[in-house]
Design a protein around this ligand. Structure first.
Ligand SMILES: C[S@@+](CC[C@H](N)C(=O)[O-])C[C@H]1O[C@@H](n2cnc3c(N)ncnc32)[C@H](O)[C@@H]1O
Length: 220
């Protein structure tokens, strides 16, 4: 697939797990540590019901594509940015995963078909508070600006997850800090049928949290 380049943008390649990922400066540069999100999702894939995985805020697609390759599941990748979606489609094709992957150019709060259910979800919303985005001048605002407390898009993601998560399913959410995970957990309580069940920290790079239905029976 050919991706049209504005003057000044040049495509770069990066190894992400077993994948070769193309991107340019119009999208967030893939961060190698986030392969841990793919790996955690692929581990959880052994314990949750079958079916495709959903990735919200997929960017160039690398996290979801690596989870698709490792788990053997199909994937639905969602991003609002048409450039990111073009890269995700191209990266899926290069990885030989095009037949397993659907890329939806949609906002996270309006990306589901009626009645659609997923047992495994990955979400990587922008999580930088709006007042701090200047710390990351290289990054596209759309990819990092999470609004006042950094959680605007995270709230949209967990609301979508609540709409579509299978009762025995699991979601792996990426945020910036444990404090954000706690704040989001407080916001979800009483609003959504989701709870944080495990958190893993990756130094100052970010945090991963697994969300499940509070009543879900976990495998022994
Ligand atoms: C933190 S980046 C993550 C991208 C990719 N997962 C990565 O690791 O590079 C957030 C992504 O969310 C997308 N995004 C921002 N607002 C969105 C919205 N309302 N709906 C869907 N995607 C959105 C951006 O285009 C960007 O690709």
């Amino acid at each position: 697939m050919q991706i049209s380049q504005p003057s000044g943008s040049s495509t770069r390649q990066l190894a992400f797990g077993s994948l070769s990922i193309a991107y340019d400066d119009r999208v967030l540069e893939p961060r190698p540590w986030t392969a841990a999100q793919s790996a955690w999702a692929a581990d959880l894939a052994h314990d949750v019901p079958p079916g495709p995985l959903l990735e919200l805020c997929s960017g160039a697609g690398h996290i979801g594509l690596l989870a698709v390759e490792t788990s053997g599941r199909n994937g639905v990748l969602v991003d609002i940015d048409p450039v990111a979606c073009d890269f995700a489609r191209a990266n899926a094709a290069v990885a030989g995963l095009a037949d397993l992957v659907e890329v939806r150019e949609r906002p996270v709060d309006d990306c589901l078909a009626v009645g659609e259910r997923f047992a495994l979800v990955i979400a990587d919303p922008p999580w930088v508070p709006a007042s701090q985005t200047g710390r990351f001048p290289e990054d596209p605002l759309l990819a990092i600006d999470g609004g006042g407390d950094g959680l605007d898009l995270a709230r949209d993601c967990v609301t979508t997850i609540d709409r579509c998560l299978h009762p025995q399913g699991a979601a792996v959410l990426q945020l910036g800090t444990v404090g954000q995970v706690d704040d989001l957990g407080e916001w979800m309580a009483g609003r959504l049928d989701l709870a944080t069940t495990e958190v893993r920290m990756f130094g100052d790079r970010g945090v991963l949290a697994v969300l499940r239905r509070p009543g879900a029976q976990l495998p022994g």
